[in-house]
Ligand binder design. Sequence first.
Ligand SMILES: Cc1cc2nc3c(=O)[nH]c(=O)nc-3n(C[C@H](O)[C@H](O)[C@H](O)COP(=O)(O)OP(=O)(O)OC[C@H]3O[C@@H](n4cnc5c(N)ncnc54)[C@H](O)[C@@H]3O)c2cc1C
Length: 493
Amino acid sequence: MTRVVIVGAGVGGLGAGVRLTAAGCDVLVLEAAAQVGGKLGIARSEGHTFDTGPSLLTMPFTLEETLATAGVTLSDRLDVRRVDPLCQYHWDDGTALATHADPDATAAAFEALEHGAGQAWHRLLAQGRRTWDLSLPLFLSAAISGPIELARRSGRPINPRDILAHTTLERYGARHFRDPRLRQLLDRYATYSGSDPARAPATLSVIPYTESAYGAWHPIGGMHRIAQVLSDVIREQGGELRCSTPVTRIVTEHGSAVGVETAAGEVFPADAVIANCDAADLYEGLVSAPKQAAQIAAAPASLSGFVLMLGVAGRTPGLAHHNIWFPRDYRAEFADIFDDPRPPNTPTIYLCNPVATDPSCAPDGDESWFVLVNAPRHGQVDWDAEGERYQERILDRLDALGLRARERARTIIRRTPADLERLTGAPGGSIYGTASMGPRAAFLRPRNASPAFERLYLASGSAHPGGGLPLVLLSGKIAADLICRDLELTDAA
Ligand SMILES: Cc1cc2nc3c(=O)[nH]c(=O)nc-3n(C[C@H](O)[C@H](O)[C@H](O)COP(=O)(O)OP(=O)(O)OC[C@H]3O[C@@H](n4cnc5c(N)ncnc54)[C@H](O)[C@@H]3O)c2cc1C
């Protein structure tokens, strides 16, 4: 039986584990932390439950397809509910706007702010669909080594304009909207890949299309349930998961990965190894691959996040599931993160209030808030020194928005970029590995089949095709497919 060891029980590792156990492999997942899920973690306090990372599930078909390889139906395991509106936006001039999966509803809201913006939104979604239809089969679902291979696969050279790689998201938004609020709304999608809209390719405008086409979803019980279900399916199919088991070395022989060694000194032989840990850690720490390590170090890192989880008394009138408050000067926020790193002075506030969809997350009549602001990496800022002070600044901001956070909070959990690094192994707390900045960024992500060693594969948000749960599940699919191909397993994963 083919033995595969997976280093890390993040979603990419777990998704690959489901597919490979389904393909008949003997799978062992080794996880450094005490719980599975990685960034998709969970925290509890005073009867409140908090997702510590992702709060928005898009493209649920990636999860459905992963489970289906094991004959499991998503709806049998998870009660996944549609979230509407997609997001409630606020500006400091008092404007509020809700976006919806229904394009006409969002277009009407845009039109109310700017004449013609409704049509512009429809045009943007139509182009997003074309970009998506091209990207999903060619680029997002398969291993890739560069534009030449992409052209070979598609049968013709890909024009960067077809996938909007020729311009930035910021410029693209300015071509569609005059109203600075609507531009800001579009620019925010750069942060879905941890990037600066002034440098990120307009390709990221495909995200609003996917949100519109596939909706936004929430599993009852919390997002972390996704990691639990994936783990259950691996076990049910005979795979093994061990938590609190950090891997310290990938054992290589004659240029091939042949097993792993743990901190306790145990060695597990393997026919193939999947690294679900961050690609920088893999190439700097677990194997010796100076060329790959240098390539990653040369690329700009994605942003991190400063998180407060608040268990608050009572319900907040008008609070949606997903809420955003924009600052007046959005550019200053990105300058504080990427150009002259410091804790952003007036950051955009994202507040997830899952009770709007799922009352099980808080005691009766109360709310569990997940508040996230974009932040520079730990190392660029000493977040262990800054954390407490910045918490006060964010609480001030929440109070200024009228949310009475201090008065209502029964419990507050803080997660700085430094905590994210310690808890999930993400270097500097970067959420998405390297950022998607520049027209070629997508081709520069670490590859799923390691060029450094045979039988070593990468499945994570820091590798191809990128971060965020849907892409990470696709990363797991690509790694599993490569293993099936390379080891000539009959059941494709
Ligand atoms: C605050 C925040 C908000 C987010 N919001 C969203 C969202 O709304 N929607 C969305 O889709 N995505 C969101 N994301 C991104 C999403 O969480 C990640 O892209 C995804 O979970 C990453 O999965 P991964 O497979 O790369 O593994 P990770 O989650 O990075 O997990 C890797 C695992 O490997 C383990 N590991 C590392 N080194 C070792 C070792 N040497 N030995 C053993 N184990 C090791 C780690 O402990 C960890 O458990 C968010 C992330 C954060 C942090």
